[in-house]
Design a protein around this ligand. Structure first.
Ligand SMILES: Nc1ncnc2c1ncn2[C@@H]1O[C@H](COP(=O)(O)OP(=O)(O)OP(=O)(O)O)[C@@H](O)[C@H]1O
Ligand SMILES: [Mg+2]
Length: 306
């Protein structure tokens, strides 16, 4: 049913007041999105794009200036909606002297898990988050990534229908990211809906069913990753190392320039190829390799967020 979608935002907007002089900043501007049941929804965008502000409005931590957002058809301040949501904040914070198992058992209690089962449930969630071996280590002694995983375990402890994860992989190493990726797929297979924000795309690319790309508070792309990626393949030409001036000239004609230690990759829209080849000839740049490539989500992100 349409109104039972996990999240529907309509013209959702937030303008923050800055200082006393009447200065304002629009963090989110007329956002319209619908998150269907049972999908992994990637909410992407560079720093300051408005991802966390949107998440805070979904959780009723921040009130919209305009527009509205509903969770399973109910306003965000409905006490019943909160119980359906598991939330991982951008910077999870826990009492330093507590151990993960204690934090988790406490949250299990808050989520209504029977006291006799809370420790078992806590341990299971720590295991799912890949930190079972740290269950008894005080939080103050955990690294950033391990603390983030405690946050992840905490988010799933109440077995919520909807998970809202603000940058779930930002502090994690490649193994941790892979682990979280697998966990997200597992949760989705269990029928959960996952709304996650990120600016790290390589891991996200393969798990999201839908992505929304934000730029300065505005939605600039929405759809399946395949639809958001530019499906026209691009031509990648390798040449020698170049100086700033040459880079600027190439950028000016729409080339995406990637400088490496001893070569340069030029990513070219096939429609521009003649112009770029002429410029390369003029600049005396040899072609050392040439291939075609499909745009990755990361490249789409750079293109859309630029
Ligand atoms: N409490 C606040 N008061 C004033 N401005 C704020 C406040 N919170 C966020 N902003 C501003 O709103 C804009 C969006 O911030 P937000 O935290 O939503 O971005 P984000 O997409 O989560 O970024 P990041 O990737 O860095 O976490 C930024 O310009 C930010 O400085
Ligand atoms: Mg943020």
């Amino acid at each position: 049913m349409h109104t039972m979608q996990p999240i529907i935002a309509q013209n959702l907007s937030k303008t923050y007041k800055l200082g006393k002089k009447g200065h304002t900043r629009t963090a989110v501007d007329s956002l319209n999105i619908e998150v269907p049941e049972g999908v992994i929804f990637g909410f992407l965008g560079p720093n300051g794009a408005g991802k966390t502000t949107t998440i805070k409005m979904i959780l009723d931590f921040v009130r919209p200036t305009r527009g509205s957002v509903t969770v399973y058809g109910k306003p965000t301040d409905d006490p019943n909606t909160r119980r359906m949501i598991g939330y991982l904040p951008e910077q999870p914070y826990f009492h330093k002297f507590l151990k993960p198992i204690e934090v988790l058992s406490m949250h299990a209690g808050l989520a209504g898990v029977d006291k006799r089962d809370s420790k078992k449930r806590a341990m299971a969630c720590l295991e799912r988050a890949g930190i079972a071996e740290y269950a008894e280590v005080p939080i103050s002694k955990l690294s950033k990534g391990l603390t983030q995983r405690v946050g992840l375990a905490q988010a799933i402890i109440g077995d919520p229908k909807l998970l809202i994860l603000d940058e779930p992989t930002s502090g994690l190493d490649p193994i941790g990211r892979r682990h979280v990726r697998d966990l997200l797929l597992e949760l989705r297979n269990d029928g959960k809906t996952i709304f996650l924000s990120s600016h790290l795309l390589s891991e996200i690319e393969n798990v999201c069913d839908i992505v929304a790309v934000m730029k300065s508070g505005t939605l600039v792309a929405l759809g399946a990753p395949d639809a958001v990626r530019n499906n026209n393949s691009q031509i990648v030409v390798q040449t020698i190392a170049i100086d700033d001036e040459t880079r600027d000239r190439l950028k000016f004609i729409g080339v995406c320039v990637e400088r490496n230690r001893d070569n340069t990759l030029l990513k070219i829209d096939p429609r521009n190829i003649y112009e770029v080849m002429r410029a390369m000839e003029e600049l005396n740049l040899p072609i050392t390799k040439i291939e075609t490539q499909r745009e990755s989500l990361e490249e789409a992100f750079l293109r859309l967020a630029a």
